[in-house]
Design a protein around this ligand. Sequence first.
Ligand code: ADP
Ligand code: MG
Length: 687
Amino acid sequence: MVFNDTVMQARLPGDVYKTLKKTMAQGCHLELDLANTVANAMKDWAVEKGATHFTHWFQPMTGTTAEKHDSFIVPAGDGKIIMEFSGKELVRGESDASSFPSGGLRATFEARGYTVWDTSSYAFIKDGTLCIPTAFCSYSGEALDKKTPLLRSMDAINKQALRILKLFGNTTVQRVITTVGAEQEYFLIDKMMFQERPDLIYTGRTLFGARPPKGQELEDHYFGCIKPRVSAFMKELEEELWKLGVYAKTKHNEVAPGQHELAPIFTTTNIATDHNQITMELMKSIANEHNMACLLHEKPFAGVNGSGKHNNWSLCTDTGINLLEPGETPYENAQFLLFLVAVIKAVDEHQDLLRVSAASAGNDHRLGANEAPPAIVSMFLGDELTDIFTAIESGADYQGKEKRPMEIGVSVLPHFPKDTTDRNRTSPFAFTGNKFEFRMLGSTFSIAGPNIVLNTIVADTLQQFADTLESSSDFTGDLASLVKKTFSAHKRIIFNGNNYSDEWVSEAQNRGLSNLKTAVDALPTFTSAQSIALFSRHAVFSEQEIHSRYEIMMEAYCKTIHIEALTMIDMVKGNIIPASVDYQRDLVDLLRQKKAYGGSLDVSLEDHLLHKIAKLSSSLLKKLTTLENALGESKAQEDVLASARFYRDTIFAAMSDLRLIVDELETLVARKYWPFPVYGELLYSII
Ligand code: ADP
Ligand code: MG
């Protein structure tokens, strides 16, 4: 269902195909008559596949996707219709920009926005609609989406990486792209149970819930056998993804009960971003068809692991060479070492921006909670590469490690060479053989943001390297000293140990690494002078575009917590108090009847329960009132930063207090009175 290279080649006249390919690879201009031919071929192909509509599919700054459908239908007189799709409709669409957050880039009355065909991502058919991946910008040309700056960042890194390759004598490479494979974690629960939880419906996470007798402590779910219902879902999901050109490859259970993961085969960052959006969308819709709900929130349940997304990232030439591939003898591979040290410098210098790219209200529940990397950005290189750099730094010879056979001690098992380096699952940014795995992303994120940052910071370092080396009269000597100098200056960012340990937090502090614990701490660094200069230098974001994104992220943070607080209040007043009142009434009735029964029936149990619940009820009222009052003050904050701090320090704190009381109440009120399915039921709802 993808208008991919094979389809294009089969359906487009040879010269049109060639020009389109050139536009796709190098971003050249496409004439309107050519666009007309492409549009017509796309329409014929789509109609044959049952499509009746087309849409410009785009990714507004909310991080989700948007589409507005138009049919191909054009009246042809005599009550007849023909199916038409013009080059103009393919290339450009007009969309109401005022209904999407613009972070101050547009006034609400200025409604014009344009969607523009992204030729570098294939069109596809979803639900009978031809979807054209597009960028989204305002009347005055500012990017209103996530795709435009991502494409700009890919251009930036391409430009600088080519300069470096040229220095190494490589002139055949035309383009350097960044590649990404995004591993996606998610939870599945039964749909009926989902529908009974307003918190899941409105906020994507449970706002209440006492710990179940069994969580993930037996470590029996990860890689465990996949339940038949889940397996049927995964099978359909994969098939639907394959149809859309998303090559889902790996699937398995994750650590928490009800948690799973899907990983696709990596592709160009731009396409990987589109594909991850499609994946999340299909996960939800296909789960629904299977009478399940797919939860993509970063922390749907307290007490068990939350969900993240792992952004595997590398650099690749159009001739198919992975620039982060160390080869057999990495210590002799100067080009590899230069690219690697560029990433090390970029990550060290821009820790804060990487942290910003993983910041959200939802992800605040995960980072630093000993289930995901801490909020401290550091890098894992592994022993071999660390040894190589250490040798370079000290001027010593590096004794290459020979690949030893793996000793398992069982003669019937085949022998295989041992990897020279172990893996490290606790690092936020780990080198994994020929790519980096950035692990801080939250599961609901668009991967555009983190990749915009990654591409831009590495482009910036490569630019500095190219500036230095292009003017050098002793390339080999200067290259060696550049690698050495850069490693020395930035080695503090390398940490191969356990990132979840308390020792690391204090060690990182000693090293001067930043530790921006919450999204509210992190986000302001995005608007720093250094950040604005960086993104402007590479034409990725203008200053205005940065401010707009900052506003949107801050507002999203506040709104998320606001909705959560309102939902809590609603559940407490509408369901939890009535349930606890009912139970108390029945206990009082029983107690009265027992006393009236005569004799001396023991009422200690009823008495004890009633006292406990009555006491909790009065705390409940207090905490509820505190939260309601706090919400009343939320409007009074002077700016978005003050507001976000208020939501974090006051509202969120009041919510946590309220939750504690309700969770205890849940353990006292008889199950048949409790208005919502409890954790045990939710987590083990798929059998
Ligand atoms: P693990 O869970 O062990 O980290 P997975 O197999 O689940 O590994 O996922 C690894 C991901 O990395 C896959 O999406 C894979 O396609 C991707 N990947 C592999 N090589 C590259 C590369 N050169 N560039 C980007 N991503 C890559
Ligand atoms: Mg994986």
